[in-house]
Design a protein around this ligand. Sequence first.
Ligand SMILES: NC(=O)c1ccc[n+]([C@@H]2O[C@H](COP(=O)([O-])OP(=O)(O)OC[C@H]3O[C@@H](n4cnc5c(N)ncnc54)[C@H](OP(=O)(O)O)[C@@H]3O)[C@@H](O)[C@H]2O)c1
Length: 311
Amino acid sequence: MSRSATWTPAAIPSQAGRLAVVTGANSGLGFHTTLGLARAGAEVVLAVRDVNKGLAAADAVRREIPRARLSVERLDVAALDSVRAFAERWGGRSLHLLVANAGVMAVPVRQTTPDGFELQFATNFLGHFVLGALMLPYLRAASAGRLVTLSSLAHLSGRIAFGDLQAERGYQPWKAYGQSKLAMLMWALELERRSAREGWGVTALSAHPGYARTELMTTGPNLGKPVPALARRAVRWVEPLISQSAGDGALPVLRAATDPTAQAGSYWGPAGFMELTGPPEPARIAAHARDEAAARRLWDESERLAGVRWG
Ligand SMILES: NC(=O)c1ccc[n+]([C@@H]2O[C@H](COP(=O)([O-])OP(=O)(O)OC[C@H]3O[C@@H](n4cnc5c(N)ncnc54)[C@H](OP(=O)(O)O)[C@@H]3O)[C@@H](O)[C@H]2O)c1
């Protein structure tokens, strides 16, 4: 792992003339990624499932950066109709950056999407995979198009359950989350290989924020059954010691999205203790995430499940 001088957003080169889409841009890391990109001059489409939340987030960005060029588009990544509708409305503009950020974590009870997929698999991974496939022509049309996926430390313990991707034979909240975040990292690595082979000209990277204080810790776990008071208290005590702000958590994403020296297929995360906090540097990729045969299988299976073809 290289440890260079601390990277800060001041190192982001001008993004003027570049167009970015950030999914889940209304909150947490997505919001701070949008803020950082807008500050560097990029035009950003806030792709959100709740347009009112998106408009409020755009207003908050404009309060800090009055010249920000922003628009808000409806996108529910957990519903493939919504993903297709987003791509159909796109209008043919070149897309320089797609940040696949939206996500839910550790939903306590198994839930399914309108398409019948397990909610974490569909939200965190499959919907974004389809979005990437449908936006590929616009990423290819841009000079130096990039796609950044949001993975997690949870990928280290994650496994792709090929025999039961939708957790129909036994659902465990963290197992499903780990699988979805491992899938996000494997997708980026496989996309990089395919892009190089097929000459798509799209650079794929991945990032994780360590442990960032966002709404992720409450939104997912609150979907289905209440979080026990003891667990809530424990999180309140321990969290400040091992976590960082959402703004700092977004730095690995911003670095993956903009650093001209970031290698294709690289993975970025906080450089501090156990990659929980700290400045953005190359992060540890678990050996099983580098399994190329498994990545090809996941890709093919995802194309089949969603009825899409890349390229
Ligand atoms: N925070 C961490 O420590 C951490 C660690 C590792 C990885 N991550 C990853 O970072 C990403 C961002 O999470 P966060 O921490 O910033 O959490 P957050 O504040 O809860 O933000 C999640 C965002 O995803 C959106 N979202 C959820 N389901 C969606 C759907 N079906 N369609 C469109 N948007 C949807 C949410 O929209 P609503 O506001 O409408 O719910 C929200 O904007 C996630 O992929 C997460 O797995 C976070």
